[in-house]
Ligand binder design. Structure first.
Ligand SMILES: Nc1ncnc2c1ncn2[C@@H]1O[C@H](COP(=O)(O)OP(=O)(O)OP(=O)(O)O)[C@@H](O)[C@H]1O
Length: 361
């Protein structure tokens, strides 16, 4: 097979590419330049699009003896990932940019280019497994639960999965690092990336302040009483407890959590933990990793990256899904994805629009 290995300059994608070479595929490495302002060698700051990363990816490709290219997808990334991220916060929602990047860059723009150039598949260092099932290729959780990235891959369609390869899904991270060292790859000890790649200093609030500006507004209790002030509703996420700096303590002395963000009135509503309880999720922009299931069916749902799977029933329509949780859950934020699983297998995903409590309806 002709395989395009997406090489970030990190240890995972270097080992993924190496395994593709070992498997006898005709492998070409590609590094994506995603930022117009790559971090300089002098700052030492690291993002997925820094010059160091591009250099590391090239060195890994050289060590593997494979051709290597850098593709500039910074405009697509700016529009589809960064602008979407900013717009979502502007709308009072909490986006997941890694998921959007997988959806529109790595397995869309890159895959489309790769297929047009005669490649059969894109291989990445994501931790997830592809399993051949009765209806085609299935996406499953990785064996290493701490590294499992099936949630951020939950947006991939059956068509995209058919042209994807995840060579690391069966391996624990420790094994991947040891393998990189044994192969003599210089990235073997490079630290894992954690933050949002286009915010390398990790200060999301400052990034959003620069993009959206600051705007003072009210923090109110559920009955509308003002209990504090904020300087930008985009600093908050539904379920957040820290950083509220309420002027007036709650009468019962218990902590308050963000219940709702209204961008129209620039108001943040807070309340006690139990007021966060919801058991019904309405989500749009659905995508299906296999055939869409009619009627009401059982699944487990993950509502945030690294969240626990929750038992639920699902009703799917053309424009979204309704998820009926078996038990109420707390802090489910609009803008995040619901990823639906059948055991370890991803069935599909959608983006949370609203939540409700059936008993309160
Ligand atoms: N700038 C990039 N260019 C090419 N591929 C990339 C880039 N960023 C990420 N990828 C691909 O997406 C995969 C997952 O990206 P993620 O940001 O989660 O990296 P990671 O788990 O830290 O992996 P790595 O150790 O390879 O950086 C990478 O393993 C790689 O295959």
């Amino acid at each position: 097979m002709k395989v395009l290995a997406a090489m970030s300059g990190g240890v995972d994608s270097a080992v993924a590419a190496a395994r593709m070479v070992d498997a006898g595929h005709d492998v070409t490495g590609v590094h994506l330049a995603l930022s117009r302002n790559p971090q300089s060698f002098r700052t030492g700051a690291r993002g997925c699009c820094s010059l160091e990363d591009s250099h590391d990816a090239r060195r890994a490709a050289d060590a593997l003896g494979i051709p290597f290219y850098v593709w500039d997808l910074s405009e697509e990334f700016r529009v589809d990932v960064v602008e979407d991220f900013i717009a979502e916060y502007r709308a009072g929602r909490t986006p997941n940019p890694c998921l959007r990047c997988n959806e529109s860059i790595k397995f869309s723009a890159v895959l489309a280019r790769g297929l047009a150039l005669g490649f059969d598949a894109v291989a990445t260092g994501h931790y997830a497994r592809l399993v051949q099932g009765p209806d085609g290729v299935e996406l499953h959780r990785a064996v290493d639960p701490d590294k499992d990235q099936s949630y951020v891959l939950g947006v991939l369609t059956a068509e995209q999965l058919a042209h994807s390869l995840f060579p690391l899904g069966d391996s624990p991270k420790s094994q991947v690092r040891a393998e990189a060292a044994a192969r003599g790859l210089t990235v073997a000890s490079k630290p894992d990336s954690h933050d949002i790649c286009f915010i390398p200093d990790g200060d999301t609030a400052a990034f959003l302040d620069r993009e959206l500006g600051t705007a003072e507004g009210a923090i109110v209790d559920a009955d509308g009483t003002e209990v504090g002030r904020h300087d930008g509703a985009h600093h908050f996420t539904v379920g957040q407890r820290r950083g509220l700096h309420l002027g007036i303590p709650a009468p019962d002395g218990r902590p308050r959590y963000v219940l709702d963000i209204s961008p129209v009135t620039n108001t943040v509503t807070v309340g006690p933990h139990e007021a966060l309880a919801v058991d019904t999720i309405t989500a749009g922009r659905p995508s299906w990793a296999g055939p869409k299931r009619p009627g009401r069916w059982r699944a487990s749902v993950q509502v945030r990256a690294h969240g626990e799977p929750l038992g639920c029933s699902v009703e799917a329509s053309d424009d979204g899904v309704r998820v009926l949780l078996d038990a109420a859950a707390h802090g489910i934020a609009p803008g995040q994805a619901v990823v639906l699983y059948d055991q370890d297998r991803v069935v599909g995903s959608a983006t949370i629009d609203s939540t409700a409590h059936r008993a309160a309806a």
